[in-house]
Structures are given as C-alpha cells and as structure tokens.
Design a protein around this ligand. Structure first.
Ligand SMILES: Cc1cc2nc3c(=O)[nH]c(=O)nc-3n(C[C@H](O)[C@H](O)[C@H](O)COP(=O)(O)O)c2cc1C
Ligand code: SF4
Length: 551
C-alpha cells in the first residue's frame, strides 16, 4: 500500500467505482485517523478497530472510505467487518449503539445465574445495549459481564452500575525489572551468544515432553523441527486467543508473569530463526494487550528486540480465530476461515511462509525448561503420565481457578485441589477440556486428564478447561449451551458444521431424537474441515452415552 497519507479527492478521476459514492467527510476522517500509519492490507482489522473506537461503530461511509484508502473492494472490507462479533456494522443512517453490556453465557456463567442476570440488566438498563456473549475467560469468577471493555466478575446489577464509566485497571504483575532481577532473559542472551545450538534447545524441549497447550498436544520440539526444515523466511504466531469456553490459564499467566511467555517466545523465535513474531490477543483481554504493549516496549528499550520484531494483533470476537490457520487468516486481515490442510501452517502459513504457531502457555514452559532443564517439566510423573498441566477449573467447586497439577491428575485430584465441591453440591459430571470435549460422568473419576487418555471415553483434554457439574445441574442444558456456542461460532465455510450445529440445537431443545442426532453427528465428524465441526458433536455423543436417562 505504500507509505500513504491519502489525499482527499485522489481516485475520483479513476472512473466512478461501482456501489456507494465516496463521502468526503468520512474519507477525511479515515485519512486523519490513519495518518500516522504505514498502510498495509494485513492491518485491515486493526484499522476497523481504530475507526470503531473513534466513532462507536462502522458506518457504511467509513467502510467505503477505508476501502478507498486501502484500494480494496468495499465488499471485501464489509465482509471482514461483518465476520467479527465485536464490530458493529451500522446500517444506513443507523446511530452507533450505546454502551454495551455483554453478559457471558458460557456453561459456568449460566450455572452461576447468567440468564437471570441478563434479564435483570436488560430491564434495568433500557438506555444500554445488553447482549449475550461467549466465554470471556474469567470463569473462576462467574457470572461475568463486560461493560464496554471493563469486566465485572461475580457480577450483579450494583457492580455493573459501578463499572459504568470506569476505566481499564491493570492487575499487579511482574514487571521487566523484577523478572530481570530474578535471572530473566539471561538464558535468551546466553543462547543468542552461542551457549547452546538451536538443535540442542530443540532436543531439550523434546526431552521435557512438552506438548502444545493450545489443545492439540503436538510435541513442541517436533514442531520446531518441521518449521526449521522449511526454507526461510519464517514467521511465528503466538496464540493468545483463548476462546475455548472455560479456559483462562493463558490470561492467568499473562496477567501475572508475562515475561515468562515473552522470553519463551524469543527463545523459540531464535531456535527456529523467524523474521517476525505476531501475537494474536483476543479482544476480550484488553488488560493483557496493554501489559504486552508496555512490556514489549521495554524489551525494545532494553535492546532485547528490534522495534518491529514483534507485533500485537487484536482479535475482534471470534472463537474460530483460535484455530491456527484461521488465526493466520485473521492476522492477514481477513475473515477467520480455517484453511484446508495440507499444506500445514508449518509449511505454508503467514503470508505463505513457514510459520511456527504456539499457545501462550506452551511458550511459558519453553522459557522455564530452557532455563531450568527438561526435568522442570518431565520430573512430574503421576499415573504413568509425564509433565504438568494448568487446569482452568470452574463450576461447582469451592475454590475455582487455575490449578497447576501433574498431567496424570484425575478429576478427583482436580476437585481436591479446588478445596472440594461447593457447599450443598454433589459431584455429578464434568467437562474435562472445553465444550469440544463433551461431558463425562462422575464415575469416570480415576482417568488421568491428559493428552491421549480420554479418547476411549469419547473425549479429550484439549486446553484443560474443566467445568464441574453437580446434582443441581442438567447435563442436557449444558450440552445445549455448548451446541449453541458452536452454532454461533461456526465460520459457516462447510455445510456439515454450519447446518449441523444449527439443526442439532433445534433437536436438542425438545426431546432428543437419538438416531437423527447420531446421523447428524456422524456427518459433522466425517465432513467438517476443522476441529470445531469435528468436535462439536462431542457434547451430544457423550450425553447420549453416559446420561441416556436425562434425554
Ligand atoms: C476450533 C479451535 C479453536 C482453537 N482455539 C485455540 C485457542 O484459543 N488458543 C490456542 O492456543 N489454540 C487453539 N486451538 C489450537 C490451535 O489450532 C493450535 O493447535 C495451537 O495454537 C498450537 O500451539 P501449541 O502447539 O503451542 O498448542 C484451537 C483449535 C481449534 C480446532
Ligand atoms: S468445521 Fe465449522 S468452523 Fe471449521 S471450517 Fe467448517 S464451518 Fe468453519
């Protein structure tokens, strides 16, 4: 796009474009807003955020003006804007919405009374826009409401009122100096100075047994070797999208010790020799974004990274953008549609180049392993399983939160680490790893909650988002909640997922038609492109298998 400050009026002589006429005022506003930017196509979502933050929504005139400035089709900008839930695309003449309250409707929040809270807030605040929204990654303090960008936890109307007009508050986290004083970045510096070769560090990571904490569990050292085997230039993308309902471990770590992830990221970037790193942060985590902005600026000041080596990209409210190829599309400024594989992103990823994608927590462990040795991770052995897991636990336990336990822990261990069941609740069922993992019965209480241990039970551990249900909860309602989520978040690219999720929701609202649901699930598992559609049937199939009497 070039180093472009767009001159108002330019382009008018190029023959009148089809569609909406260019609005001079809107064009000037967009030009002014982007005047300090080097215009790039892949920054489209960032520009949409800038416009929406300034004007409260995305009017047709601004979309047209942005298309003009970027020399894109208006339809292209519109389809990106309308793909993401957090963009308010305004109809002709429509005013920007008032302050928005988003009431989290995930299973943990619903169990904590979110539905009644939503209704109360809608009645009490007719002057505001009250929406239901997917998981906000704060499930340990359900129910949660976002007031604009400010999150209210254990929300009630009084707390929400208090939060209206309040600004963003950063948690008390470990700053650069503190991390540095504790020996931080010494490992990175030593590696850069030649203390070990990339092969040696890769081997160390392999020996530790570290596997992808984003959910897929791919051995991290092996992934490095695949990306390294491809000719450069290579890129890296850090996945801080954390959209799987019930998961909040990445936020937990970034809000406490962000430099552990940042050093791990730089070690991986060094080992794989990447040109540039993109950190994709979900829009629901503005505090995390701010922390990363502050601390990454400090890394530049300290000479640990070049000014443009790492770029933060802001998501815009789309669960599917956590899937790595969809995230890459989103970083490129497009709709978050998963790509068909092969080729894998390790071969053809960002901007067509080999790309190393890692989850936040994986990189958190990379720095600890690089500094403390493989044993930091591999010495934890339980029930024959090796390593550690950060379980995000919510639901009917006394003290929900992130529990760092051996990877071979069972649900009994996890509940114990949470101080037992909440008063008055009897353990009945659990979601072991996000809605994609379905629901297991209490009697499966001795299965290690790790990669590869839950498959035979029709489930998997994924990102370790554990929700504990009690005798007061309905698994039928929980499964419906999960399928509603998938129906809302399906990118719509393939029919079995798009139509299957919606049809399943319709059937599940009534008496479950088992043969029909099973047929539907089979088609979704077999014919969906990505993990969303393939795993969406799990809540249905596990409830049919373990709780037939309830449906
Ligand atoms: C539907 C779907 C959503 C996903 N969401 C996330 C996410 O929010 N965060 C994440 O790190 N990985 C997520 N993943 C997994 C990523 O595709 C990818 O495996 C991961 O980021 C790789 O990093 P890792 O090897 O360090 O785990 C998701 C996968 C699927 C299929
Ligand atoms: S399975 Fe669903 S989310 Fe994944 S590509 Fe297909 S429609 Fe999109």
């Amino acid at each position: 796009m070039g180093n472009g400050i767009w001159k108002s009026g330019a382009g008018k002589g190029r023959g009148q474009p089809k569609g909406r006429a260019l609005d001079d005022v809107a064009l000037e506003e967009v030009v002014n807003l982007l005047s300090s930017q080097v215009l790039k196509r892949d920054m489209l979502i960032e520009y949409l955020h800038l416009i929406q933050d300034e004007f409260g929504g995305l009017s047709a005139a601004h979309i047209r003006a942005l298309a003009e400035v970027l020399r894109l089709g208006e339809a292209e900008v519109f389809e990106v804007a309308s793909f993401y839930a957090h963009f308010d695309v305004l109809a002709e003449g429509e005013m920007p919405p008032p302050l928005t309250l988003r009431v989290c409707e995930s299973v943990s929040c619903e169990m904590a009374g979110a539905t009644a809270l939503f209704e109360e807030l809608a009645v009490r605040h007719p002057e505001l826009r009250v929406l239901r929204a997917p998981c906000m990654g704060r499930c340990e303090a359900a129910p949660v409401v976002a007031v604009g960008h400010v999150h209210v936890v254990q929300a009630n109307d009084t707390k929400v009122k208090f939060a209206i007009g309040a600004g963003l508050a950063l948690p008390d986290y470990e700053r650069f100096e503190e991390y540095r004083d504790g020996g931080g970045y010494r490992t990175l510096e030593a590696l850069r100075a030649g203390a070990k070769t990339p092969d040696e560090v890769q081997e160390l990571v392999l020996q530790s047994g570290l596997r992808g904490m984003g959910g897929a569990g791919f051995p991290s050292g092996r992934k490095w070797s695949f990306v390294r085997a491809e000719a450069g230039p290579r890129f890296m993308a850090v996945n801080a999208d954390e959209g799987e309902p019930g998961t909040f471990k990445d936020r937990y770590y970034l809000e406490r010790e962000p430099h552990a992830m940042l050093e791990g990221m730089l070690i991986a970037a060094w080992a794989v020799d990447v040109e540039k790193v993109y950190v994709y942060v979900r829009d629901e985590y503005p505090e995390v974004r701010k922390i990363l902005e502050i601390e990454m600026a400090e890394l530049v000041v300290q000479g640990l990274i070049a000014p443009e080596f790492v770029e933060i990209r802001r998501g815009a409210g789309s669960y599917i953008c956590g899937e790595e190829s969809a995230m890459i599309e989103s970083i490129e400024g497009k709709r978050g549609m998963p790509r068909l594989r092969p080729p894998y992103v390790a071969q053809v990823g960002l901007f067509g180049r080999p790309t190393l994608v890692h989850n936040v927590e994986t990189l958190h462990w990379v720095s600890k392993i690089a500094r403390g040795g493989a044993e930091i991770f591999s010495s934890h052995v339980k029930n024959g399983r090796v390593g550690l897991r950060s379980y995000s636990v919510s639901g009917r336990v006394r003290f929900p939160g992130v529990k760092l336990l051996p990877a071979g822990s069972t649900i009994t261990d996890v509940i114990e680490a949470c101080g037992g069941m909440a008063d008055g609740h009897v353990f009945k069922a659990y979601q072991p790893g996000g809605p994609s993992s379905g629901l297991l019965p209490a009697r499966l209480s001795d299965v290690p909650l790790d990669f590869d241990t839950l498959q035979e039970h029709g489930s998997f551990i994924g990102s370790g988002a554990v929700v504990v249900l009690s005798d007061k909860d309905s698994v039928k309602d929980a499964a419906l909640n999960m399928l509603r989520f998938f129906a809302d978040e399906s990118c719509g690219q393939c029919t079995p997922c798009r139509v299957g999720c919606e049809k399943a929701v319709k059937i599940m609202k009534n008496k479950w038609d088992k043969p029909l649901l099973e047929e539907l699930c089979e088609a979704m598992v077999e014919a969906s492109i990505c993990g969303l559609g393939q795993a969406a049937p799990n809540p249905i199939l596990t409830v049919l298998r373990y709780f037939p009497e309830e449906v």
